[in-house]
Design a protein around this ligand. Structure first.
Ligand code: PBG
Length: 327
């Protein structure tokens, strides 16, 4: 058979395959999301996320050191308070759980880059991402509290803040308060393109943050929409976002690419709790190979255009990158 082009020529050997590989990944782009809770009772496994834990502040160190040793240099912290109230006051309390965790993490692992998830749903008694006016989340009153939350996290040691609430105008509001307090060099990574997704189910169990009534569809995006994703992304850049995020990652590769192509800022993709839990559950049942699927999902996000990858598998991915199983 006379064939000029035989694409298989470049696939015949592992060295060659790696030479011509188009997507290259690096451990320095990994971010690990971590849950911290009150108390001194060590770590508590999250039922729907086997291998993931809620850590008490006195028990974070071991995990942080393990991540550092594996080459994961950035952690995103989520606080789970003991008490929740209507105004989510634990989110911006000086001695709030996540503020304590930032102080501790800075002290025990000063070389780690710390990111604060800025939202209210873990802290409000009703589980919504802002303060309520009747049954509605009040956008503009929430902005003030989000800005206070971001500032308190930075004062406690966060190197970057990542608002995930989806209120309109929050990036501008957070930028303003940080600048007014001398933190003009602290970056904002905006969860700009965040969908109302059922993939967050296990996270809500982990953080006990499911809304007590209704859903998040009046602030998180409708997953049928693509042009709206561009609109959100461009607005956040105009408001001062330094990095944009698309979330979830796995079913949203088209949007990672779309936003990458229409903006000039680094792109982050968040492979969320439900993605992790599905891989774990299917692997436990013997239906898939956990490690290979994990690597393939990560490569998919990077190939789509992600520069940063937030994943509960960050530690394991770093090891696979070291071994050359991925990258
Ligand atoms: C807070 C927040 C959520 C996640 C990240 N920040 C939950 C939500 O919006 O309901 C989800 C992360 C995950 O599922 O891993 N708003």
């Amino acid at each position: 058979m006379e064939l000029v082009q035989r694409p298989r020529r470049l696939r015949g050997n592992e060295i060659l395959r790696k030479m011509v590989r188009e997507t290259r990944m690096d451990k320095s782009s990994l971010i690990y999301p971590m849950f911290v809770q009150e108390g001194n009772n060590g770590k508590e496994e999250i039922h729907s996320m086997p291998g993931q834990y809620r850590y008490s502040v006195d028990c974070m160190e071991e995990k942080l050191v393990e991540l550092c040793d594996a080459g994961v240099r950035s952690v995103m912290l989520f606080g789970i308070p003991d008490r929740k109230d209507e105004l989510g006051s634990g989110a911006y309390a000086q001695d709030g759980i996540v503020q304590k965790a930032f102080r501790k993490a800075k002290q025990v692992c000063p070389d780690l880059y710390l990111i604060g998830d800025v939202c209210m749903c873990e802290y409000t008694s009703h589980g919504h991402c802002g303060v309520l006016c009747g049954q509605e989340v009040d956008n503009d009153r929430t902005l003030e509290l989000l800005a206070k939350t971001a500032l308190s996290q930075v004062q406690a040691g966060a190197d970057m803040v990542a608002p995930s609430d989806m209120m309109d105008g929050r990036v501008a509001c957070i930028r303003r308060i940080l600048d007014q307090n001398g933190y003009e060099n602290t970056p904002i990574m905006s969860y700009a393109v965040k969908f109302a997704s059922s993939f967050y189910g296990p996270f809500r169990e982990a953080a006990d943050s499911a809304p007590s009534f209704g859903d998040r569809k009046s602030y998180q995006m409708d997953y049928h929409n693509r042009r709206e994703a561009r609109k959100e992304a461009l607005l956040d850049v105009a408001e001062g976002a330094d990095i944009l995020m698309v979330k979830p990652a796995m079913a949203y590769g088209d949007l990672i690419r779309e936003i990458k192509d229409c903006t000039d800022v680094p792109m982050a993709a968040y492979s969320v709790s439900g993605e992790y839990s599905m891989v774990k559950a299917a692997a436990r049942a013997g239906f898939i190979d956990e490690e290979r699927v994990m690597c393939e999902m990560a490569a998919g996000a990077y190939r789509a255009g992600a520069d940063l990858y937030i994943s509960y598998f960050a530690g394991e991915l770093a090891k696979c990158m070291d071994d050359g199983r991925i990258g």
